[in-house]
Design a protein around this ligand. Sequence first.
Ligand SMILES: Nc1nc2c(ncn2[C@@H]2O[C@H](COP(=O)(O)OP(=O)(O)O)[C@@H](O)[C@H]2O)c(=O)[nH]1
Ligand SMILES: [Mg+2]
Length: 392
Amino acid sequence: MERGNVLVIGNSGAGKSTLINSVLGDEKAKTGYGSSGTTDKLEIYESEEIPFRIIDTIGFEPSFIKEHKAINAVKKWSKDSAKKGKEDSEINLIWFCVEGTTSKLFPKTIKDLSKATAMWKTVPIVVVITKSYSVPERELNIKMVKDAFAMQKRHSKNLKDIVPVVASIYTLNDTAFAAPEGITELIDVTNALMPEGIKAGANDVYKFKLKRKKALAQSIVAVSTTAAVSVGAITIRFADALILSPIEVGQINALARLYEIDNSMESKQLIKSIVEVGTVSTAAKAVISALKAIPGINIAERMLNSIIAGAIVAAIGESSIYVFEKVYTGEKSVEDIEWVKKIMEAKLSPQFTDRVITIVEKISKSDNTKDTGKLISSLLSMVFTTKAQKEI
Ligand SMILES: Nc1nc2c(ncn2[C@@H]2O[C@H](COP(=O)(O)OP(=O)(O)O)[C@@H](O)[C@H]2O)c(=O)[nH]1
Ligand SMILES: [Mg+2]
């Protein structure tokens, strides 16, 4: 496959590697260029499914010498590839990575990055604002990048887009996190800027994005489940299941946003019907009474609460992914509340009890007393999220 080349530059620690991982996912190939451990080493990533390779300048650091070496390595790579008769040896797009948490430095960083990439006079640039954890700051950060470019002599015409991203979930505290953001947007923007003839077709990009969305969605569910497990360990009565509500709502909203569910009344109604916590304590009670009927199960109440709390959040996450994906692909509409209710019921009824009991049995047999929280979370994500789609 002929490919375009995306050059990624940004100071070390800016989040380049994390970003590339998030954009390409696990099924990517990595090749090194240059000798390892030096500043002129490049890492080059590609995926079968998308026609651009991503070149990571791992040695790029805010020092003239190191920047220079990293850029020279890119030039050299480009020349070497051309020698080998590869037509696709030129840089087609540059991602400037700037850290969203350090916006005061944008003018300086952008100036430095522009200087370092001066030789690519007409190559389009996309600024990726990494670590954009703060939602309210995103607009302001975009404006600051624009202003910083406006002050440049160099490159100011090459700026094609500015994309704030959270490449992997950022945990703020026990129950709050910054959800992945901007990754599939960056895939779209990047593909659109590839040369004609190389660009992926709309359908291929769509399929690729769907896979990426699923992986990011599962990471949201995993983090939410872990949060519920730790909250479950400190709450005693399941009548208080409302305490899970912020985690559930946070999870569902993050998933809805990831699947581009709009803000209409119908969508809100759909989300509300997923959130309805009424089923939660019913589901919890069903598990507890089913457990009583099983002889020989010995498990601390705290641990049981943890498992049930985590399981509820995992089940809600799993069903939300299923529902939102169907809406995203157009197979279902946000108006189909009855269908959603059926899915939720299926997820939180006998099947739910069975899955939780499986986990309880495993935990009660385990002699690992340290880190039970981790054990619970990993069992939950095994039992719930990985076989998410098969069962409905
Ligand atoms: N939670 C979270 N951490 C991030 C994100 N981006 C970068 N980091 C962290 O920031 C640090 C530097 O990131 P890395 O990708 O290695 O930066 P690089 O030197 O530019 O490749 C690592 O500890 C990453 O885990 C993100 O989107 N979310
Ligand atoms: Mg790196």
